[in-house]
Design a protein around this ligand. Structure first.
Ligand code: B12
Ligand code: SF4
Ligand code: SF4
Length: 310
């Protein structure tokens, strides 16, 4: 007779985009002071949600009191990171060149849930993808899925950092061997040196308020002029600290979005982003739509200005 473990394992092995999965305990964070200090120093910028439900972030059992274990998985990003970003006139981060991963990962877990409940009717599951107050990378480290690199991302020796994280809490005890990865960054510091805005600190933390991903996706209103030139032609997110990372080297491709709706000139974007220009129709299902037309227009404006000055 199948058990809970094999139900999950069989399901994930049939999902071509799931690279690995693991199990963590829902115990409190090992290094709560890191998050507390990051918040105290306002490195979260205007992301007020990072301060909300702090107790849940620090102690996963507060998020789901019945939790006995946490299942986490790595889901391949829709396109690989570009090797030579200059080929693109407007850069959109690779992770965003596809359907909104929040939906993709959640609908996959919604497919799994009834299968697990059919097997164990008392089973309860609570899922998370990105937006829940769950410290996903911390739990992933605990589940043996990689290490947190100096660029702040979870790195896996085979898959680099080119994946999303998602998972679910279970009111059942589940065991899966977790071999904790050692920190394999060593003396490398390529990401720190390559970051255009010096957002990656020597303390292995990202000052989000300086990060181009934050500035172009999360930041509302005006972006501080200090960052205009550094943003270059990035109109949504930033891949630089992943492009330079040796753990991604064999996964990089030349121009994955060639011919896709994401690969457009800045002038094209300007037209699409006008009212009635087609932004909603073309990008409704993608992460770009979440940021909204106004932020995108602001970003394209900055990028155009940078190109004109060249
Ligand atoms: C807020 C946020 C952002 C912010 C801040 C980023 C940051 N580094 O904190 C902004 C908007 C800048 C951002 C940008 C990006 N993000 Co983001 N982001 C998040 C989010 C929602 C929370 C991150 C967080 O908790 N930050 C708080 C600070 C304090 O965390 P921290 O400095 O890393 O320290 C903690 C841990 O890393 C840990 N830690 C550090 N070292 C060690 C060592 C050991 C041994 C242990 C046990 C723990 C540990 O301790 C700290 C406290 O717990 C997560 C999803 C989630 N719910 O977790 C996605 C997430 C991290 N983002 C993701 C992605 C893809 C990105 C981008 C690549 C998108 C892009 N291309 O533009 C960039 C990358 C920027 C970067 N270098 O970090 C993915 C990362 C996947 C991966 N491979 O790791 C996540 C996991 C979303 C997902 N579900 O897939 N993001
Ligand atoms: S995403 Fe870009 S701006 Fe943010 S830390 Fe990485 S290199 Fe720096
Ligand atoms: S570029 Fe180097 S230091 Fe940065 S995350 Fe990758 S291996 Fe670690």
């Amino acid at each position: 007779m199948a058990d809970l473990f094999s139900c999950i394992d069989n399901f994930f092995s049939q999902q071509t985009d799931v690279l690995e999965w693991g199990v963590a305990s829902p115990a409190p964070l090992e290094q709560p002071e890191r998050l507390m200090q990051w918040l105290a120093e306002h490195k979260h910028g205007e992301m007020a949600y990072m301060q909300e439900h702090l107790a849940m972030r620090l102690n996963p059992q507060q998020f789901f009191p019945e939790a006995e274990s946490v299942v986490l998985f790595l889901h391949r990003t829709p396109v690989n990171i570009v090797k030579s970003p200059k080929m693109l006139e407007a850069q959109v981060a690779a992770y965003a060149c596809g359907p909104d991963y929040h939906h993709t990962l959640k609908s996959m877990m919604r497919e799994l849930e009834p299968q697990l409940v059919a097997f164990d009717p008392e089973l309860k599951l609570k899922m998370f993808v990105d937006s829940a107050p769950v410290m996903e990378r911390d739990l992933a480290v605990r589940a043996g899925l990689g290490w947190v690199g100096k660029n702040g991302l979870l790195l896996h020796s085979q898959h680099g950092s080119q994946f999303f994280l998602g998972g679910f809490f279970l009111n059942r005890k589940l065991e899966k061997e977790a071999v904790i990865s050692h920190d394999a960054c060593g003396t490398c510091r390529r990401c720190i040196d390559a970051c255009p805005t010096s957002a990656i600190e020597e303390t292995r933390q990202v000052n989000a308020s300086r990060c181009i991903s934050y500035l172009t996706i999360e930041k509302k209103g005006e972006i501080d002029q200090e960052f205009y030139e550094k943003i270059g032609n990035r109109i949504f997110g930033c891949d630089t600290c992943q492009q330079v990372c040796p753990w991604n080297a064999k996964l990089l491709v030349d121009d994955p979005s060639d011919g896709s709706k994401f690969n457009r000139s800045l002038e094209d974007w300007l037209v699409i982003l006008q009212p009635g220009g087609g932004f909603k129709r073309l990008f409704k299902e993608t992460p770009l739509y979440r940021a909204g037309r106004r932020k995108m227009l602001r970003n394209v404006g900055i990028a155009l200005n940078n190109c004109e000055e060249d």
